[in-house]
Design a protein around this ligand. Structure first.
Ligand SMILES: Cc1cc2nc3c(=O)[nH]c(=O)nc-3n(C[C@H](O)[C@H](O)[C@H](O)COP(=O)(O)OP(=O)(O)OC[C@H]3O[C@@H](n4cnc5c(N)ncnc54)[C@H](O)[C@@H]3O)c2cc1C
Length: 491
């Protein structure tokens, strides 16, 4: 097998789709026999939405409904808002165009990605538990257990991607360091049946003892207490435990009849020091964990997936040198670092007590300043992300807008061109030399000639993950940029 992805959550499925799209034999091994139905993400935002749109998956997700969440988002927009920070609903518009939000639950995303994986020919094997791995110069040997036998078995792969969540066996099996901060909260998210559902106002309620979020869909409750992390993360959450937390936070003698889809979480904020150890790579929660405030986990994990997929595919197919994989940690580690920090800041701003009240007051005033508000909005959506490619041109290293290119065959959007998962050279000055240069990479890169009102002059190289890698104004020749990102030319 060329690549084994351990973990069939959203990030593992997305990585597998990316690999397969680029022609790599890929299998996903997932411990659970069925999709995890517990409530996790309720929406996907920011660059994560664009990553899905660039592969033509956004429309499938939009068609899936999520009507109540959609209405909630529309109500926010009608009030000029797009999000919250630490439960303060103050964030307004972005500097980078309309903020994107897909109001679909995580399970819907996983279903769409599983469907896409099947279409592309990715095999997803469920009920397979990874126990450990060892690597040598040529590949990785995984030790696994299937659902029908107590006997472990071995599987050999050229490359291993650990997308197996926050407690990643892949990460723990290597010498990855996982530094960060311990949790200080115990949180719950559940769909709860309560005797008086109206006892708690809809939205975010900050009380003298914690936070209780009622909604946005009926029955959905998120509770946070600041008395340390849970004693036992793995123990099932009972109705009594959930009711106890709800009573302590709300101060009301409310009765909870049942809870479903329940998760217990804390705010450990940790990050692997490197996302690559030889032939083993980490992505998503396996590489970084943090509290769910601000709904950033999927955005971050999908960003990892689309950054890693095409690079690993080129290396696994022998087209690009292994050094290309080192750009994965270099580009993605700082992105997660920012998310970890902003979630820590949110926990600090959510604590009960008069000192935090004062801090929230000052913070709210600061966010009345347009510049500060936009800066925080862009931080939360990852909109202002710019990878350091060592270039002076501002566009290089940034996510390329969805340009409309007028070609001889009619208009085409960059997002449509990118469905192939290949690199894109867009030529706007009709100079055929750009196409002649790129011909050496015809197995990895497409060339499109056309016009575009918003485009930089000359020509533009866009990586498969949508980031601008070169323009005709760059000091670097196009052939060097193509070699850097896609390996040597094939003539
Ligand atoms: C309460 C809560 C609310 C959240 N809300 C949001 C939100 O609104 N927006 C947002 O973007 N994010 C949110 N998140 C975060 C989001 O759910 C995660 O970031 C996301 O699930 C990460 O995806 P992943 O694929 O990396 O990991 P996971 O979803 O954890 O998937 C990992 C997979 O690996 C499998 N696995 C683990 N170990 C093994 C093994 N040894 N062998 C085989 N398989 C294995 C697991 O069964 C699992 O299916 C929330 C999280 C929580 C807990």
């Amino acid at each position: 097998m060329q690549v084994v992805v351990v973990g069939g959550g959203p990030v593992g499925l997305m990585v597998a789709c990316e690999l397969r799209l680029s022609g790599v034999e890929t299998v996903v091994l997932e411990r659970l026999t069925e999709v995890d139905q517990r409530a996790k993400a309720g929406a996907i935002q920011g660059r994560g939405v664009e990553a899905l749109d660039r592969r033509g998956l956004g429309d499938r997700l939009r068609a899936l409904g999520g009507e109540q969440l959609r209405q909630f988002v529309e109500r926010l927009r009608a009030n000029g808002l797009r999000g919250h920070f630490a439960g303060m609903w103050v964030l307004r518009e972005s500097d980078y165009g309309e903020e994107r939000m897909l109001p679909v639950p995580q399970q819907a995303l996983e279903a769409v990605l599983a469907e896409r994986a099947a279409e592309l020919g990715v095999e997803v094997r469920r009920g397979q538990v990874l126990h450990g791995w060892e690597q040598d110069a040529d590949g990785v040997t995984l030790t696994l257990q299937g659902p029908d036998s107590d006997e472990p078995y071995e599987l050999r792969a050229d490359w291993l991607v650990g997308a197996d969540g926050g407690r990643s066996t892949v990460r723990k099996g290597g010498s990855f360091a996982f530094p960060g901060t311990d949790g200080v909260i115990t949180g719950y998210q559940a769909i709860a049946d309560i005797d008086d559902p109206e006892f708690l106002p809809r939205g975010w309620n900050r009380t003298a003892t914690g936070f209780a979020v009622n909604g946005p869909t009926p029955g959905r409750l998120l509770l946070v207490e600041f008395d340390g992390p849970p004693a036992d993360r793995d123990a099932p959450v009972t109705v009594e435990e959930f009711q106890g937390a709800l009573r302590r936070i709300s101060g009301a003698d409310v009765t909870v009849h049942s809870v479903s889809s329940v998760t217990r979480f804390t705010d450990n904020a940790r990050q692997a020091d490197t996302y690559r150890e030889g032939r083993v790579l980490l992505a998503g929660d396996a590489a970084h964990i943090h509290s769910p405030f601000g709904g950033q986990g999927l955005n971050l994990g999908l960003g990892d997936a689309v950054n890693l997929g095409w690079k690993l595919a080129l290396v696994a197919r022998g087209r690009a040198p292994e050094a290309l994989l080192d750009t994965y940690t270099a580009e993605r580690h700082p992105v997660a670092e920012r998310v970890l920090d902003n979630t820590r800041a949110q926990v600090a701003l959510m604590r009960p007590g008069p000192h935090t009240d004062a801090l929230r007051g000052i913070f709210t005033k600061l966010l009345e300043q347009d510049d500060a508000n936009r800066w925080l909005t862009d931080l939360m959506g990852g909109n202002d992300l710019r990878y350091d490619f060592g270039a002076k041109t501002d566009l290089i290293g940034r996510f390329c807008p969805d340009l409309e290119v007028g070609t001889a065959d009619g208009p085409v959007r960059l997002a449509e061109l990118q469905r192939s998962g290949r690199g894109q050279v867009l030529v706007f000055d009709a100079d055929e030399r750009w196409g002649e240069t790129a011909a050496g990479w015809a197995d990895r890169v497409d060339v499109t000639y056309g016009t575009c009102a918003d485009a930089p002059s000359g020509a533009l190289l866009v990586r498969p993950d949508g980031f601008a890698a070169w323009t005709a104004e760059s000091e670097e020749p196009l052939a060097d940029a193509l070699t850097r990102w896609f390996g040597p030319a094939v003539r």
